[in-house]
Structure formats: C-alpha cells, structure tokens
Design a protein around this ligand. Sequence first.
Ligand SMILES: Cc1ncc(COP(=O)(O)O)c(C=O)c1O
Length: 377
Amino acid sequence: MSLIFPPRQDSDSIKWQRFAGKDVLPLWIADSDFAAPLCVTEALQARISHGVFGYGETPQELSELIVERLWQRYDWRITADDIVYLPGLVTALHLAVQTLTQPNDAVFCPTPIYPPFRQAIKQHGRDGVFQDCHTVDGRWLPQLPSHAKAKDIRLAMVCNPLNPGGTVFRRDELLKLDALAKTNDWIVCSDEIHCDLLIDENARHIPYASLNDDAAQRAITLMAPSKTFNIAGLGCAFAVIQNPTLRRQIQQALEGLIPAVNILGFHAAIAAYRHGDDWLQQQLAFLRQQHQKVLDAVNALPGLSMLPNEATYLAWIDASQLNHPNPSRLFEQFGLGLSPGSAFGNRQFVRLNFACSDEVLDQALTRLRAAVGSLAN
Ligand SMILES: Cc1ncc(COP(=O)(O)O)c(C=O)c1O
C-alpha cells in the first residue's frame, strides 16, 4: 500500500482550479493531494453499482463506529444519540453562533483563525472578542479574555488542533479554558476537524468535552473524516452534543434548512473509520517528512520563520521580517499559491499546505527560495 497522487490539474478541484492556466503551484486550501484510501473508493464503487440513489437512512453503523472511535482514542464516552450529522462543519460554526447566542451576547475566539469563525460571528451580528495567540515555548497558544470581558461572553469558539498554527492543546491548557467557561457559563464550540492529523508523534489530542462532565454539558464538538481521509467533497461531518437542550436547539435550527448528508458521504465515512487506519498511519509518516522539509527550508531562509506543527498539514509561516507589503502576492509572482495570512487575521503571515507530492513540494520550496532571494537583489 502506498499513497497515490492522481493528477489534479484538470479535475474539478477548487485547489487546482484557482490557478488554472498559470504556472502557480496551489498550496493553499486545506485539501490534500492524496487519493482517498482504497477501502473508501471500493465502498463507493460498490454503492454506485447498486444503481439506486433514493433518500438514504442515517446509518446506525457509522454512529457505532464513531462512539467506539471516541472511546478508544480519547476515553470519551458518548452515545449514538449525541451525534448530529451535518454536510459540513462551516454550517455548524454558523449554527452555533446563530442558535446558541442572543444578539447582545459576545463570542470569544482566539485569532488568527480559519476565516469562517470570524465570518459566522460577523454574519449573525454578534460582538466578537478576538484575542491574538502568542508563542510560548515554541507553540502558538490562545490568550484568554480578562474576567471583565469574560462576563459578556456566551460562546467560545475554539479550534483544536489550531488552524492556523497547528497547536494541539494540552490538558492543563484546556482546563484553563474550562475554568473560565464554567465561571462565566459559556458554551464551548470546539472545532476538532484536524484531530487525526498529528504531526508531532508525542502530541495527544484531547477533546474539550472529554475533560469532565461539566465540560461535556457545555460543549459542541465538531469532527469529520473529511481532512483525515481527503473526502471533504463528499460532505459528511458531525457534531457531538451531549447536552440534550443544546442538541435540540441545533437540531431544530437544522430542520428543513440544511440537507441531510448524502448517501455516498455516509458510505465513505463508514469505510474510512472501519478500514482506513493503516492508510492514515502511512499518511502521517509521509506528512511528518514533508513537515520536516518545510520547517528546515523555511527556517533556513532570511526573513522567514515558522514554529514546528504539532498537528495539521498547514505550515504557518511568519514573513514579517521580509518587510514586504504583501508576502502572499510576492510568492504568487514566483509561482507559489499560498493562503494569505490576512484571511486568518495576520497579513504578515502565509499558510502553506504541505499535503502534496514530493515533486510538488520540492518545486514549491525552490520557488519559495527564489522569491526570498529576489528581495536581496
Ligand atoms: C478548522 C476547520 N474547520 C472546518 C473546516 C471546513 O469544514 P467543512 O468542509 O466540513 O465545512 C476546515 C477546512 O479547512 C477547517 O480547517
């Protein structure tokens, strides 16, 4: 078994279409270039050959796999009833803000952050309490709001592992958030979509909701097989909501507005969770090599730096010392399509997706060097 990199240039990929017709390598959106595991393609082929695609039933089998997976991996005991399936987690970010807060409530969100967090807060007219992460011992960590601000907050929206930044929060760090949440009676929406993609072999993911019974009652945990197995286009994600009142609120908001997960998404998720772990280990070994290459290359260049990722295949690169007004535009001029840091809240950074083939990454790093070198001339 090995990772397969089908050509994506002429496919329907958003990632590759953005720069279609240009000599720009797309290392931006959080989408990997690996084919999904064979177990997933075979399950999809088997389902397609059935030939009938009427309304599907939510498969109990998937709920059982998720219950078992969360118990095995995190000692987190949930029941099948706690799971709410969704076609995507951006939907869940919006639902959390819209449904679980009132117009006068504030929402806490550590930044820089995956853009839909900020968009959800803005779109629903809530007051955002944004606090920039800072570095502590080589890791990006959120700064928690003061007690005065914390009182107006109703919802905390956190991303663990952190995107961008790649931090995997440790138990003591989560407990600090939990203490504040408890004192001020916050709901905590914890987006854990990247939890399987651990780059640091010593990092262990801890779901916020698994901390204690109180945290479980105030948490909405967002997870999906989409990043892990590169099946985001199939639209199968889920929220775990153990508090029945919060769950009912979200389910009512979904009703009639948000379509069910499609049958192919369910089949892919079942196959991935049942049979995909060997492939995942292989992917992780590969991503760790790619990460090391990026880390070494970036930190050897004058004007660029990055901290090691504990998780995610997204390098968060500090370009502030280049003293260039628009680093992502500079890199694009040299044939490298990165995510501009401005989208996440810091225009002096760029985000580089290293879930690509050796060939693409090597070429990308050559272009990165050329772009930086051009400033010295
Ligand atoms: C932190 C985070 N949450 C959610 C998503 C997207 O989720 P979905 O495709 O399920 O809407 C992404 C995609 O990059 C992400 O990084």
